[in-house]
Design a binder for this molecule. Structure first.
Ligand code: SF4
Ligand code: SF4
Length: 163
């Protein structure tokens, strides 16, 4: 199992456990506020980008080029940033199966027991003391071991330069 796949699997298990123990967890398809209000456009490792680029490549018709254009257009945007990989109509992620680890973990991992960013999750964090959050710092460390992270457009342009 590759380092990325192992991390993805660990996050999946943490998410599954939290959702299993807490019915009505609010993170679900169509709840896209977090994707619409990013502090900055997503930064990913090269391994994550390779998966995302493959998912974009597989999009039908003009969708792939439109996604690439949105990625280029997100360069230098300031918060709140709408993720260039969000399907604005359905509120779903265009590369869901290949989405970054940060997106998989968002709403389920905490830094020193503090879950920040989404009001709904912050409320759960205050009201329910029995949530076993994932360790955000540990996750970051594991991701860091995969290699440096960069914005989507940086990887896109690097790939285009290589041809
Ligand atoms: S983190 Fe918040 S906004 Fe994002 S999916 Fe979960 S509940 Fe919805
Ligand atoms: S990559 Fe997908 S899940 Fe992550 S912020 Fe963008 S639209 Fe949301």
């Amino acid at each position: 199992m590759s380092g990325l796949v192992e991390i993805q699997e660990d996050v999946r298990l943490r998410v599954e456990e939290i959702c299993g123990a807490h019915g009505n967890w609010p993170c679900r398809k169509g709840c896209d506020e977090c994707c619409r209000r990013l502090a900055a456009a997503p930064r990913v490792t090269e391994a994550e980008w390779t998966a995302i680029a493959g998912a974009i490549e597989a999009m039908p018709g003009d969708a792939a080029e439109e996604a690439r254009q949105r990625i280029r257009g997100a360069a230098g945007l300031e918060r709140p940033v709408v993720c260039p990989l969000l399907d604005g109509e359905s509120g779903s992620c265009l590369v869901y199966a290949a989405r970054p680890v940060a997106c998989r973990a968002y709403g389920f991992y905490a830094e020193r027991h503090e879950v920040l960013g989404c009001g709904r999750i912050e409320a759960i964090s205050r009201e329910q003391g029995d949530v076993v959050w994932g360790n955000h710092a540990g996750l970051e460390e594991r991701l860091g071991r995969l290699g440096p992270a960069a914005e989507l457009w940086v990887w896109l342009e690097a790939g285009e330069r290589r041809g």
